[in-house]
Design a protein around this ligand. Sequence first.
Ligand SMILES: Cc1cc2nc3c(=O)[nH]c(=O)nc-3n(C[C@H](O)[C@H](O)[C@H](O)COP(=O)(O)O)c2cc1C
Length: 187
Amino acid sequence: MPRLLVLSTSTRPAAAGRPLAAWVAETARTHDGFSVAPADLAEIDLPLLNEPQPAATGVYEHQHTRDWSALVAGADAVLFVLPMYNGSFTAPVKNAVDYLYKEWQGKPVGLLSYSAGPTGGAPAAEALAGVLNRVGTRTAERRPAVPGIAGLVADGGFTAPEGLADEVTALLDELAKLVAQEPVVTD
Ligand SMILES: Cc1cc2nc3c(=O)[nH]c(=O)nc-3n(C[C@H](O)[C@H](O)[C@H](O)COP(=O)(O)O)c2cc1C
């Protein structure tokens, strides 16, 4: 069964995104398309990019890069659970993307954003989709966005608003289709 990496991307202690990401991983487990591997950028704890060679070389000096590379390369699809800070994605997400290159190429990727405000972080997902396009992922068109995150998390749990489970299922279906398709090789 294809392996889905569900990546919680907030590095803040007590991040609201952590219970949300756990709920997304649980929802993905009930979907019969994937085996689910949850991961957390806070635990992965990448320093600000400190590789001497550009990622496109695939030459990695540091163990943290090799570990992050293996995690992404070993996943058939990656689902980012991302907060919006100041109208865009967060610095740790960009840093984590920039660490790798070949690992992203052709990778089916899903984006699920959230925010305190009414957009649910859709501008952050839009901006990240542009970055991911540069590194050649195949990004799902469906991007569930969760507004008002503060009112949905309590005591380490997440209460899904109506319709979100269906949106996530539709995203997982799209990711499963992307996994089943061969990526188009252009060079
Ligand atoms: C630095 C920073 C900037 C933020 N900017 C926005 C914003 O532009 N729009 C918004 O709706 N919420 C914004 N928020 C609120 C976050 O969406 C909210 O705190 C959310 O819980 C952050 O996710 P996390 O708890 O998983 O880190 C911001 C929060 C932080 C910490």
